[in-house]
Unconditional design. Structure first.
Length: 293
């Protein structure tokens, strides 16, 4: 279909363009509210800065599409193929991306607040400073994705895949990460105040200079984790495995660590609360047990 035909039919009140072929078409700066492009072929098309509020793009092909600065709130983008697409700065609040393919896509600075990305494939996606507040990312594939500076407060990440994910400087305050596997990923300078990481797999994870005040890390595995200069004020580390972890220069004031494993844990220059009731340092400078309140 030619773009001019689509615009003429849209002006006459037609909204159903399901299955059309608009590959490589120039649709930028257009207003196409409520348009139905289900299963359409928009591969390589340019939709930058268009207004597509409540559009239906379910099952559409948008590989390599230019979706920069698009306005599309409450859109249906389930099962859509956005592989290698450019969605920089797009406004996609409360849109449904369930099971969509976004591998290698660029979503930097996009607003996906409250969006549904359950089961979506975001493997290798570039998501610098993306807004994912209150988004549903359950079961999403975020392996090798770059989420540096992403805002994820209130987001659901249960059963998400996060191998080699970059979450440095990300905002994860209050996020429920119970039992999740974050082993070896980069969370340096991340904000995790009040986050629930109970029972999480965090071995060799980089928490350097992260803010974890009030975080629940009970029963988590932090073997070999880097917590250098981390702020852990009032965190719960009860029964946490901190063997070989680096807590150099960390702030451990008011931390609860009853039952924690601290074999070969590095605690040089760490800050302890004046209200510390008990700690025990055994031979060869190995800290085996201590309790801070």
């Amino acid at each position: 279909m030619e773009v001019q035909e689509l615009l003429q039919r849209y002006e006459w009140g037609d909204r159903d363009f399901s299955g059309v072929d608009l590959s490589n078409a120039n649709l930028s700066h257009l207003t196409l509210v409520d348009i139905n492009l289900e299963n359409a072929n928009l591969t390589g098309a340019n939709l930058s800065r268009s207004f597509l509020m409540k559009a239906n793009l379910k099952g559409a092909f948008l590989n390599w599409v230019n979706f920069q600065f698009v306005k599309l709130t409450e859109g249906n983008l389930a099962d859509t193929d956005f592989t290698k697409a450019h969605l920089n700065g797009a406004f996609l609040v409360k849109s449904d991306f369930s099971r969509s393919r976004l591998s290698g896509a660029d979503l930097s600075h996009a607003n996906l607040r409250g969006a549904i990305l359950e089961g979506a494939n975001l493997c290798g996606a570039k998501m610098l400073n993306v807004n994912l507040r209150s988004a549903n990312l359950q079961g999403a594939n975020l392996n090798w994705a770059n989420l540096q500076g992403a805002r994820l407060s209130g987001a659901s990440l249960q059963n998400a895949f996060l191998s080699e994910t970059n979450l440095s400087e990300a905002f994860l305050n209050g996020v429920d990460l119970r039992g999740i596997d974050l082993s070896g990923i980069n969370l340096s300078a991340a904000k995790l105040s009040g986050a629930n990481l109970e029972g999480a797999a965090l071995s060799f994870t980089n928490f350097r200079e992260a803010r974890l005040q009030g975080a629940n890390l009970a029963n988590a595995n932090l073997t070999g984790a880097n917590l250098e200069a981390a702020f852990l004020h009032s965190a719960n580390l009860q029964s946490t495995n901190l063997s070989r972890a680096n807590l150099t220069r960390s702030n451990l004031s008011n931390v609860r660590v009853l039952g924690a494993r601290l074999d070969d844990t590095q605690l040089s220059e760490a800050v302890f609360s004046d209200m510390t009731q008990r700690y025990l340092v055994l031979a060869q400078n190995k800290l085996h047990q201590f309790q801070l309140q």
